[in-house]
Design a protein around this ligand. Structure first.
Ligand code: AMP
Ligand code: MG
Length: 404
């Protein structure tokens, strides 16, 4: 039987993020960038003032008093035509282009002209006592970003500030990886659609709700196909529907163990191939991977906790790979077990609550670990990973845990 790692590697080797699309920048938040972004131009695009003040020539200034005549008024957004000569200054606003001849800006509050309220006309002369340095209060062209420089790398999950930078650089559209599309089905004659009254021998289909939400949480799209009956025809029908959707992945739950009514494996093999259908783990040993009509297929176990664990261990990493993200996914941390934990030697994923004491995360198992017990998963903060081959973890020892 395959180990968890072998199974995951076999699955991941079949996926790459390849399809990209160009979308309007306004829709690009949280999407994954498919290309390196480089600047077409310098930023700032022109030398401009960092303050409201007066642009002038350093050679006209001294530590004792200087008086200059104000020959122009340069608001933000204008293109100055004036060239400053000896003894001349221009009033200038923050962000406005520095005029020819000027090499520094004195803030308005450092001059005798303190009035900066809206609508004020510039004075004809200003006086100040300050030796200015060239470049003072000037944001020079290209000081933030040089044309040609790579500013955001492929694989980045775009943040609001990234969108701001892309807009700064004039990107109206941006190339991102297409969201993975997952066709999701449940299987089993015992399953009722949510909303239908309970009947003898039946339970509600919970997996398709938990798994649909899990798919969405991995930033993929879900196509819900409903529940297949435990017949060859019904399973074939739903898998064919999944294939028609041209999904990136078909994900099913249940029907992959060796029960008399478990048709999934047989139907997959009739129109595709099965790579493996068992993994040495607990919960979740019956876990199938193959392809159906050319589309990769993962068959999760039916028990709700097994399906969830199978998703976290195999499907989430697959969706991360398909999404092109460089990082992301679930965080794994070290935790200390409060009690002794016994295991059967399979790689085990156990539900636990965590609380921190003196900087150490302490783990306590939640309730019974039956693979149908969703409540103990709901109560858990983490899945403890007990490695393969380990039958007893003494109280006080540390293990890895996937944070939920
Ligand atoms: P199976 O793999 O078909 O033998 O199913 C294993 C167990 O999981 C059975 O107890 C099923 O009733 C249960 N199960 C299967 N599918 C679902 C589902 N969609 N929601 C809740 N329980 C399920
Ligand atoms: Mg079944």
């Amino acid at each position: 039987m395959l180990t968890v790692n072998e199974a995951r590697e076999r699955i991941l080797s079949q996926f790459t993020a390849s399809t990209t699309e160009s979308i309007p920048l306004i829709d690009a938040a949280s999407r994954v960038l498919a290309v390196d972004i480089s600047a077409n131009d310098d930023y700032p695009p022109f030398d401009n003032s960092a303050v409201d003040g007066f642009a002038l020539r350093t050679e006209d200034t001294s530590a004792s008093s200087s008086t200059l005549s104000v020959v122009a008024d340069i608001p933000a957004g204008s293109a100055p035509t004036v060239t400053l000569r000896a003894g001349q200054a221009a009033r200038i606003m923050t962000g406005a282009q520095i005029p020819q001849g000027a090499d520094c800006v004195i803030p308005v509050e450092d001059t005798n002209f303190k009035n900066r309220s809206a609508g004020t006309v510039p004075p004809s002369m200003i006086t100040f006592s300050q030796q200015m340095q060239a470049g003072k209060n000037i944001r020079t062209r290209g000081m933030d970003i040089r044309a040609g420089e790579i500013v955001i790398k492929q694989g980045r999950i775009l943040k609001p500030q990234d969108l701001g930078l892309l807009a700064t650089l004039g990107y109206t559209d941006v190339s991102v990886y297409k969201k993975a599309r997952v066709a999701l089905l449940s299987s089993g004659d015992e399953l009722l659609e949510l909303g239908a009254p309970l009947e003898p021998g039946k339970i509600r289909d919970s997996n398709s709700y938990a798994l649909a939400a899990a798919i969405l949480s991995a930033d993929a799209e879900v196509i819900r196909l409903g529940v297949a009956k435990d017949t060859r025809a019904s399973v074939t029908d739903l898998l064919d529907k999944a294939a028609q959707e041209h999904a990136d992945l078909i994900l099913s739950s249940a029907g992959v163990s060796v029960g008399a009514f478990d048709f999934i494996k047989e139907v997959i093999e009739a129109n595709g191939s099965m790579d493996f259908w068992k993994v040495n783990m607990r919960p979740g040993k019956p876990l199938a991977f193959g392809s159906y009509r050319g589309i990769p297929f993962i068959g999760l176990p039916g028990n709700p906790v097994s399906a969830f664990v199978g998703f976290e261990v195999f499907v989430r990493p697959t969706l991360e790979r398909l999404s092109g993200k460089l990082d992301g996914g679930r965080q794994t941390v070290r935790v200390r077990c409060v009690e002794e934990i016994t295991s059967d030697g399979r790689e085990s994923y156990l539900r636990a609550t965590l609380h921190t004491q003196e900087g150490i995360r302490l783990a306590t198992l939640t309730g019974h670990q039956g693979s149908g017990n969703l409540l103990s998963l709901v109560q858990a903060d983490a899945l403890l990973i007990i490695p393969a081959g380990v039958k007893c973890v003494p109280a006080g020892s540390e293990v890895d845990a996937i944070l939920l």
